[in-house]
Each structure stands twice: as structure tokens, then as C-alpha cells.
Design a binder for this molecule. Structure first.
Ligand code: GLA
Length: 386
């Protein structure tokens, strides 16, 4: 934790913090928009994190400083309510609300938050914020909560306050991430397993290509996809399928006439993506990165054509990757509608790829992309200070 944040905390609150917590953002290798559909995902925590310094205060109010925005806000624990504008304060209030809903008694707090997970980049800054706050609060109020419950409360906060009806993937990996490991998670049962990602031996890296495009409509479009996927599942269930994970593309074809085209396409993505995640895990176990890369490309195609959550800027990364020697795979990551893509590429070819991508974006008049070399890091942690 940099000294400057400690000093900033002391200067603002005229006291010492008692807890330091932090939680990572994530990339997702494959398994997009499957989590809230009871399917499989394969995310990994990244080295970019959100940090929190915290101490109790005795007046029942919460005072919180967001260093990245240079803003300070206050609210009462007795009057928690969403702003309706998905402000950063909604995440803080949402987390307090979720803990109170569980019956935990909270007291007043001083909080200082900062971090380097880019906002709106598809790297899950929201979950990093929720989970780091939960970790801090749980530590400071001596609350007993299992790690998966922490993930669930982060998700609950996001549903109720910023209002995104997200799945559990982001919060789960933020809690359970492990260095140099990806996490294969069954979002229905929460059964999970870590696998090493031996990219280095293969001379490969995962490059995060941030298109710099941020879409204001992302939350409402996301919630709409969720509804459409739910509508298709209701039809599949009426025909005897237990859920998406056990449904097949043949089954879907047989009921195609009973659903809207949009619902059919969403279901086709989910069913095929679940298959790809399973195949990707098999490929990973064998260090078969050629096959893994193919699944990444296929995932992007399906997200673009069937789930319809890509963007021209993200499609460009896919197109470049398809034709670039040394690139094994590329696809959009996270919710979509802008944000980032991941590129699985030979380390020796990444600089050439960046050059090409900058040139291509410039030619099309797209924002200048930002590239991030991502390390796979640890999950959330919290420690008592002093
Ligand atoms: C966002 C959500 C996740 C997941 C992804 C898409 O990151 O928070 O729950 O649905 O989008 O896979």
C-alpha cells in the first residue's frame, strides 16, 4: 500500500485506519454471458486492484473518499438508498445495505478508496470495488462470512444499487482468484477448480486491448439480454430441458418456432458458449493453446452475431487477430458494448500487433486503444493494521 494513501487518510480523517483491504479486477478467458444463465465461466484475477483503508467512527455515519475521483461523500447507515444514476457512492451504500439485509449491525465508518482497475473497460472494476469494501467491512466489524457469501453479497449490492442484474462471475473471481491460475466455475452449483495457465512456457501472452469506448446504455442492454435469455429458457424448460447447461443445440432447434428470434439467438450463444468453455478447459489441461485460441475466436463470433453485445471497435480486434501471424485467438471480454478485448498472442509478436491495431483504429476514426499487459494475480485480502 503506497505511503501516500496512508498519509492522505490521516490528513483527511485525523486518525489512523484500522483495516487495509484490496480486491482485483478480472479477465475472462471464455464463458461470456453464461454466468447468470447457470453456465460455465473461466475467469482469472488480474494484478489491477481496488484498495480500501477503513476505520470505525462512532456516529453511525459513513464518510468516504474516492481518491480516483477526488471526491468525498457522506451518508447515514439509516438512510441507504440508490441514487438511480449508478454513481460510485451507490456501490458503497449498496455494500452496507447488503450486509444490513443479512442482519449484521454496522457502525459508522471512515473509508478511503483508490485503485487502478480501469472503469468501464470490461475488467470488472465494479466487483473489485464491492469485494474490497466487503472485505474491509467484514474485517472491521468482525463479521463471519464465507468467501462465496461475500461474492453473493457483492452481486446483491450491484443488483439493488447501481441496478445491474449481473451474474456472479466477477465477484466470485475477485474473491477466489489465485496467482497464475484460471478458475473454472459452474455458476449453477458454484463447484470450481483452479488450473494453471502456462502461457510463458509456450511463449504466449494475453494482451488486453482496451478500445476506450464506454457505452452509457450498457446496463440497460445487459438487463435486456438477461430477460431475453430467460424467455428462451422458459420455452426450453417447458419442453423438458433442465437448464441451459444440459440443453443442446438440437433441442433449441426443435423449439425455435416457439420463441422470438432474439431469444433464440441468445439461447444459441449460451448453449454453444457453455460447450466452448468445457472444450477450453480440456485444451488448457493439455497446454493446447492453438485450440484454445480457436474457441476464443468462436466465442467472439457468437457474442457478436447471436448475443449482439459486441461493437465495431471490438470486432476490429477480432478481425485483426484472425489475420495476424502469431495471434492464436481474440475476443471481447466482459459485458461488451465497448470495453476491452483479450488477445492470445506470441510474446514476440505483441508489439507488432499493437502497432497494427493503433494504425487500424486511427484509419477508422476510432478512439486510440490502450494496451495492458496483464498478470494473473491473487484474489481479495484484508488485514488489520497496527
Ligand atoms: C459483466 C457481469 C458478469 C457477466 C459478464 C458477461 O461482467 O458483471 O456477471 O455476466 O458481464 O459475461
Amino acid at each position: 500500500m503506497p505511503e501516500k494513501h496512508m498519509a492522505g487518510y490521516q490528513a483527511l480523517f485525523h486518525s489512523d485506519p484500522r483495516v487495509y483491504a484490496s480486491a482485483p479486477g478480472r479477465i475472462n478467458i471464455i464463458g461470456e454471458h453464461t454466468d447468470y444463465n447457470g453456465g460455465y465461466v473461466l475467469p482469472a484475477a488480474i494484478h489491477l486492484r481496488t484498495h480500501v483503508l477503513a476505520a470505525r467512527r462512532n456516529d453511525g455515519s459513513v464518510r468516504v473518499r474516492a481518491e480516483n475521483f477526488g471526491e468525498t461523500a457522506s451518508f447515514s447507515l439509516d438512510a441507504l438508498s440508490p441514487s438511480g444514476k449508478a454513481l460510485w457512492t451507490d456501490y458503497v451504500q449498496g455494500v452496507c445495505w447488503a450486509l444490513k439485509e443479512e442482519g449484521f449491525r454496522l457502525g459508522g465508518l471512515n473509508l478511503m478508496i483508490w485503485g487502478d482497475v480501469p472503469l468501464g473497460a470490461g475488467l470488472s472494476s465494479s466487483a473489485a470495488l464491492e469485494v474490497s469494501l466487503l472485505m474491509a467491512l467484514v474485517k472491521i466489524f468482525d463479521i463471519e462470512l464465507s468467501p462465496d457469501k461475500i461474492a453473493r453479497l457483492g452481486q446483491k449490492a450491484e443488483h439493488q444499487f447501481p441496478g445491474v442484474k449481473c451474474g456472479l462471475m466477477d465477484q466470485f473471481i475477485s474473491v477466489f482468484g489465485r496467482k497464475n491460475r484460471v478458475l473454472f466455475l459452474d455458476c449453477e452449483t458454484l463447484a470450481h477448480e483452479h488450473y494453471p495457465l502456462n502461457l510463458e512456457n509456450a511463449g504466449l501472452v494475453i494482451l488486453v486491448h482496451d478500445t476506450q469506448v464506454r457505452r452509457a446504455l450498457a446496463a440497460s442492454e445487459y438487463n435486456k439480454r438477461r430477460q431475453e435469455a430467460g424467455a428462451a429458457l422458459a420455452v426450453l424448460k417447458a419442453e423438458g430441458a433442465a437448464g441451459y447447461k444440459t440443453a443442446t443445440l438440437d433441442m433449441l432447434e426443435s423449439v425455435r418456432g416457439k420463441m422470438e428470434t432474439a431469444a433464440y439467438k441468445r439461447a444459441r450463444h449460451i448453449i454453444s458458449e457453455d460447450d466452448r468453455v468445457r472444450l477450453a478447459v480440456e485444451a488448457l489441461k493439455k497446454d493446447d493453446f492453438q485450440s484454445l485460441g480457436c474457441y476464443l475466436f468462436q466465442s467472439h463470433e457468437s457474442l457478436k452475431d447471436d448475443y449482439e453485445v459486441s461493437s465495431a471497435e471490438l470486432d476490429l480486434v477480432y478481425d485483426l487477430g484472425r489475420n495476424f501471424p502469431g495471434c492464436y485467438g481474440a475476443r471481447m471480454v466482459g459485458a461488451g458494448f465497448g470495453g476491452s478485448a483479450i488477445v492470445l498472442i506470441k510474446a514476440s509478436r505483441q508489439e507488432a500487433f499493437k502497432e497494427k491495431a493503433l494504425e487500424a483504429a486511427g484509419q477508422r476514426g476510432y478512439p486510440r486503444p490502450v494496451f495492458r499487459d496483464i498478470l494473473i494475480g491473487e484474489g481479495a485480502s484484508a488485514v488489520l493494521l497496527g
